[in-house]
Write a protein that binds this ligand. Structure first.
Ligand SMILES: NC(=O)c1ccc[n+]([C@@H]2O[C@H](COP(=O)([O-])OP(=O)(O)OC[C@H]3O[C@@H](n4cnc5c(N)ncnc54)[C@H](O)[C@@H]3O)[C@@H](O)[C@H]2O)c1
Length: 174
């Protein structure tokens, strides 16, 4: 996939996997929007200094902020790539060693992780740019980004696109 001149959004792009992904996409010619939390502005600006593009303050659990990032990306070029790297998470015991309810996994924390890592990913992927600018790839890892900017999709066989016709039931005899 040729992404040169296209715009790309990397959620969580100020740090870690997102930062590495943003740098890779920029190396391949994309104009990258770093969509990360407001409080990451300083780190995001360091990434933007290397990659070009811009920082869009964005909490992926807030659809309005995601849409603002999409709009910012459209200003940079046709939006073709979305990589979801925004994420949190840490290991926690389901049940504490003491077996008490009070030391069990905190459900509020788990809910927050799900909101960012799962629902946030969907929010970003579902934010609808105009059809012509819809990202043609959405992935969640640097290896996914690497492969989708290098490899062409395998040719689609006629078999895989043929609509399935429902099997006819044998006519009942009575
Ligand atoms: N680094 C790894 O090897 C690895 C391996 C497997 C899974 N993961 C998971 O991938 C995710 C990213 O890992 P990382 O190492 O890059 O972490 P990281 O902390 O370095 O980067 C995560 C980025 O996401 C941003 N972020 C967090 N919540 C956000 C929100 N609501 N909206 C927008 N941005 C938000 C953070 O500000 C940060 O910049 C995490 O969920 C992590 O558990 C990481």
């Amino acid at each position: 996939m040729d992404i040169s001149g296209a715009s790309a959004i990397v959620t969580g792009g100020a740090s870690g996997l997102g930062e590495a992904t943003a740098k890779l996409l920029a190396e391949r010619g994309a104009r990258v929007v770093i969509a990360d939390l407001d409080r990451q502005e300083e780190k995001a600006k360091d990434v933007v200094a290397t990659t070009g593009g811009l920082f869009a303050p964005c909490d992926v659990t807030d659809p309005d902020q995601v849409i603002a990032a999409v709009e910012a990306a459209k200003e940079l070029g046709p939006l073709r790539v979305l990589v979801n790297c925004a994420g949190i998470g840490w290991p926690q015991r389901t049940i504490g060693k003491d077996g008490q309810y009070t030391s069990a996994h905190d459900l509020d924390i788990f809910t927050k992780v799900i909101q960012i890592n799962l629902i946030g990913r969907s929010t970003a992927s579902a934010s609808p740019p105009p059809r012509s600018a819809r990202p043609s790839r959405s992935t969640s890892s640097v290896s996914g980004a690497r492969s989708s900017t290098r490899r062409r999709s395998p040719p689609t066989t006629a078999r895989s696109v043929r609509p399935r016709t429902p099997r006819r039931r044998p006519a009942s005899s009575g």
